[in-house]
Design a protein around this ligand. Structure first.
Ligand code: UDP
Ligand code: MG
Length: 319
């Protein structure tokens, strides 16, 4: 490649052997038609199937395809970070490997980016190919996030977006440990634009976001941007304390008047309820302490094992 790279396409991949041929067949003509200098940064997120072998084979006759390998599975957002950090393009677009985000949209994104938008969001105008469950959990998620982070967060904008070099550099300087890019990027406040697209069905293979990972992403999203759960703990504690005071007064006054509340049930309900409230509050506190601990340790969240472009030493990278 000569001169400056105009566009980098970052594609995180975890056990995506089933979609690689389809992806290459559809992505390559789209990118070639743009007539710009581009690179495709395929980030292998520690796949255990033939993903790397297939990518390496495809890279032989597609020189713009670059393969960055993470040593172990580090998660979607970490794989995205690795790709963003290594991308060389003036603009960087991130794309799911499974062709749920139509690559044809990239042309329109690039047009808007050239017209001055530092961030171009891909907004899913139609998710009818997603399951009922995924659509509805997603709706709740985006509604909640707009409340927490602010109205700048576009609803239904996932990780299909284009950002400029300046945005990438700003992101690299942030000491964020578990970045959730779909919230972090809107929070930076760069001028932005939107492209609406129809979310397609997964080309092949299985989703890599089972329910536990969806919950983890949702919790990361809340905890990264808000201390409201801690305030909730305070209110929960205050509320139960006041209720207990009232009950106590009721019990003592009753007793002085000669009416004792009958034993057992009232006792164990009170003990269990208070114990439960305490454990929930402790757990919430622990979640935030754990995040502080991870931030203080500052261990890298991914390790780059190799990069076929190899223009700089590979090895451990932070964040
Ligand atoms: N992915 C990844 N690491 C993981 C999980 C997922 O790099 O640990 C990639 C995956 O290969 C895909 C993208 O993240 O390119 C989105 O995953 P998927 O399409 O399975 O999620 P869904 O569309 O079902 O939410
Ligand atoms: Mg998908």
């Amino acid at each position: 490649m000569t001169g400056e790279t105009t566009l980098s396409v970052v594609v995180p991949m975890y056990n995506e052997e089933a979609v690689i041929d389809g992806l290459v067949a559809r992505l390559r003509p789209v990118l070639d038609d743009l007539h710009v200098d581009y690179e495709v940064v395929a980030v292998d997120d520690g796949s255990r199937d033939a993903t790397v072998a297939l990518l390496t084979a495809r890279a032989r006759d597609w020189p713009q395809l670059r393969v960055v390998r993470l040593r172990r599975n580090s998660g979607h957002q970490a794989a995205l970070t690795a790709g963003l950090h290594r991308a060389r393009g003036r603009w960087v677009v991130s794309l799911d490997a499974d062709l749920q985000d139509p690559p044809e949209t990239i042309a329109e994104m690039l047009r808007l980016a050239r017209a001055g938008a530092a961030v171009v969001y891909g907004v899913r105008a139609d998710r009818s190919t997603d399951t009922f469950f995924k659509r509805h959990t997603a709706r709740i998620y985006y509604r909640l996030m707009r409340r927490i982070v602010g109205a700048e967060v576009p609803a239904q904008a996932g990780d299909f977006r284009m950002v400029s070099r300046e945005v990438v550099q700003t992101l690299r300087r942030l000491p964020e440990h578990n970045p959730v890019y779909r919230l972090l990027i809107p929070a930076l406040g760069f001028p932005s634009a939107e492209v609406r697209y129809v979310r397609e069905a997964r080309h092949a293979g299985q989703t890599k976001y089972p329910l536990p990972r969806m919950i983890a992403l949702a919790w990361d999203s809340v905890a990264n941007f808000s201390a409201a759960p801690l305030r909730l703990a305070t209110w929960l504690g205050t509320g139960s304390f006041l209720a207990c005071l009232a009950l106590m007064a009721f019990g003592v006054i009753g007793h002085l008047r000669g009416v004792t509340i009958p034993g057992w049930t009232s006792l164990f309900v009170a003990v269990l309820l208070l114990g439960g409230v305490q454990l929930v509050c402790l757990g919430l506190l622990g979640e935030y302490v754990g995040r502080i601990y991870a931030a203080v340790q500052n261990r890298p969240t991914f390790h780059v094992g190799s990069d076929t472009a190899d223009d700089r030493p590979t090895g451990t990278e932070h964040r």
